[in-house]
Design a protein around this ligand. Structure first.
Ligand SMILES: [Fe+2]
Length: 338
């Protein structure tokens, strides 16, 4: 692994052992990344999600700036990073269209250079994919406030905060990483990240390693989906994996699990880092080692609201074969055997 990621230009949040790392791209590096993205856009139809797009992305990602590639490798390795924040991508905030009022009316072609930039980063971590039951299976989702969803537990909500969770906790094959690219965030709405390795050791959490819970489909998912049974925390107890969205757990739960969840909630709040994903910022989270959340905010629907791009990434897309909906970049929740 290239340890040059800890060289000049990097700023660690907190102590030197922090699992959250930041990188400030230099203008030249940002220009390089944007130029590669523009080449991909010229060469292929980005909206197709076809093999030619992934071939172009694979060729392009090998040319991304070396410091950026090295930082992504830190996140890709088992240690020592659970979350990477990259600042300084060129997303042309000034030239952007107004924030769409709904993901359904977003002009995907107008932001394809931004989409490809985040896909190039995703390609260094694994294989980007979309869910058939979420935003029509699009590879890159538009995260914008939607009036009808203001008070829901959805990424399109606003007045209601999104409680901490791992992405796709109910899915058979949840994303290994979630990436958020900021296009616009004038109100400085914060995204929270808390890393599971900072929750342990804590004997009060033992029930979450031992007693299975049933994770129900979340509101963002449309279509057929099953619940997922399993322990919320698993793996190495010194550095556990997490699969948990407390808001969508099947209840009632055994008292020892409810007690452990209450403890975990306070631990997560204590260890939460709150980050503004602003224009040109990318937040990449290891979805098996960290939870994320979003603060509430007041939307204006004036074209200047918060606008993020989201990508979900699998480290091994082969294991999802039976859940693939036509091609290997769009997954369905229930497998073909159902
Ligand atoms: Fe999420």
């Amino acid at each position: 692994m290239d340890r040059s990621a800890t060289a000049v230009g990097e700023r660690l949040m907190g102590s030197g052992a922090s699992p959250v790392v930041e990188l400030n791209l230099r203008p030249q590096e940002a220009g390089q990344l944007r130029a590669i993205a523009a080449e991909v856009c010229d060469a292929v139809d980005v909206g197709s999600c076809g093999a030619d797009l992934f071939e172009a992305l694979d060729t392009g990602r090998k040319r991304i700036p070396a410091r950026l590639a090295a930082h992504l490798m830190l996140l890709r390795s088992d240690e020592p990073v659970d979350c990477l924040i990259v600042h300084g991508l060129d997303v042309d905030e000034i030239g952007l269209l107004p924030t769409p009022s709904d993901w359904r009316v977003a002009d995907k072609r107008a932001t394809r250079t931004q989409d490809v930039q985040v896909l190039l980063l995703a390609g260094c971590l694994g294989h980007a994919f979309g869910w058939e039951g979420q935003q029509d299976g699009r590879l890159v989702n538009d995260i914008v406030p939607v009036k009808a969803d203001e008070n829901c537990q959805l990424n399109s909500s606003s007045r209601e905060a999104v409680a901490w969770h791992t992405e796709d906790a109910f899915q058979q094959y949840p994303a290994d990483y979630v990436g958020l690219l900021g296009l616009r965030n004038r109100d400085g709405v914060k995204t929270g990240v808390s890393c599971a390795r900072e929750w342990v050791p804590d004997a009060r959490l033992d029930a979450l390693f031992v007693t299975p819970v049933t994770q129900m489909p979340d509101l963002a998912f449309e279509g057929e989906a099953r619940a997922w049974p399993g322990p919320a925390l698993f793996g190495d107890r010194r550095m556990p994996y997490v699969r948990l969205d407390p808001h969508f757990l099947q209840r009632p739960l055994p008292p020892e699990v409810e007690d452990a969840l209450a403890v975990l909630d306070s631990v997560v709040e204590r260890t939460m880092r709150r980050v503004v994903v602003g224009p040109g910022d990318v937040l990449l989270v290891d979805n098996m080692r960290a939870v994320h959340s979003r603060d509430s905010f007041v939307p204006r629907y004036d074209g200047a609201d918060r606008w993020l791009k989201r990508v979900t990434i699998s480290r091994d897309i082969r294991r999802t074969r039976s859940n693939q909906a036509g091609h290997d970049s769009m997954l369905r929740s229930a497998d073909d055997g159902d």
